[in-house]
Design a binder for this molecule. Structure first.
Ligand code: BMA
Length: 309
């Protein structure tokens, strides 16, 4: 199985006339709601700081952008940008998980991504445009790629997150306090996988898709070559720390020139996989520079995850 690129790709390019989105637009979160696709995307302009923009679409392919960003840095914790939004609707409220990249230092070592200058944030909205910041899942470590499940499990909010290049699970009663001793490892890289694509690091993508077989999770990984590729796995419905299936081969990887060459080369990176009428809309950033779409049917994704080696 392989995801199919949309013929109109890339769907969204940087806007050369804009201050804040003239260099890169990438890694969007997308939610399908009330007959429309809503996108919140990461953009970089003259100051190279990531801000979040909003766009809306009736068909998921042609997008109308708002002129101004909907979310921009407010203090030292996110002064270098807001990155990689993922959107979840839960009990009628919209939630966004995003990475705050800041100068203010909250951990050990240098204030870089690796040294703890990032915070895996959760925010809440009732209209997708104005957002209330609820706070980070953890502080003081390189942790991102976090995403909220679309419903509570066993009465609690659940999020995937990514400390040290592996996928973990966290629980919360109020979306503000995420207890450290209630964080559990789900899966890591596979140094022994002869396919080579996920030997070094893995992280979650868009929100897990609930199916009768389990939570279908799209995830990204890279090996020694640092090529960001995509895979599929299946997690247990009641205990998502349990991996039911994890095929060895990837389902998508950089091939187009705007994926092989970009602001960062060899990157396909996804924060959204909404399902509409049985089709998975896999939105992704190409080369940390443009926004693109690939699709598959939910049926073929399930067939692959259940049966592939
Ligand atoms: C990851 C994230 C993404 C980015 C990717 C490739 O760590 O920061 O935002 O797309 O690296 O550069």
């Amino acid at each position: 199985m392989k995801l199919q690129r949309h013929p109109d790709n890339p769907l969204m390019l940087p806007d050369a006339t804009s201050d804040w989105e003239c260099y890169n637009v990438f890694n969007p979160g997308v939610i399908y709601d009330n007959g429309l696709f809503h996108m919140i995307y990461r953009a970089q302009g003259h100051d190279w700081v990531s801000r979040l923009g909003y766009a809306v679409s009736a068909d998921g392919v042609t997008w109308n952008r708002m002129r101004d960003p909907i979310l921009a840095p407010i203090d030292g914790t996110d002064s270098r940008g807001l990155e990689d939004p993922r959107l979840t609707k839960l009990d009628g409220v919209y939630y966004m998980t995003y990475t705050a990249y800041g100068r203010e230092f909250t951990g050990e070592g240098e204030p870089t991504h690796a040294g703890g200058g990032v915070l895996p944030m959760v925010a809440r909205s009732t209209n997708l445009i104005t957002w209330e910041r609820l706070g980070p899942i953890v502080i003081g470590e390189d942790n991102k790629d976090h995403v909220l499940f679309p419903r509570k499990i066993n009465g609690r909010y659940v999020a995937l997150h990514r400390p040290k290049g592996s996928i973990w699970l966290a629980y919360s009663d109020d979306l503000k306090t995420w207890e450290r001793d209630d964080m559990h490892r789900v899966m890591g890289s596979r140094p022994d996988n002869a396919e080579g694509w996920d030997n070094v690091s893995v992280g979650g993508n868009g929100l897990p898709i609930e199916t009768e077989h389990g939570w279908l999770l799209f995830y990204h990984a890279y090996g020694a070559e640092i090529v960001y590729q995509q895979g599929l796995c299946l997690l247990d419905l009641d205990d998502p720390t349990r991996v039911i299936r994890r095929p060895q081969t990837p389902i998508f990887w950089p091939e187009e020139i705007w994926e092989l060459r970009g602001d960062v080369n060899n990157v396909t990176f996804s924060c959204a996989n909404p399902v509409v009428d049985g089709t998975v809309y896999f939105y992704y950033g190409g080369g940390d520079h443009v926004i693109a779409l690939a699709t598959c049917t939910l049926e073929e994704a399930l067939d692959f995850v259940l049966h592939a080696k």
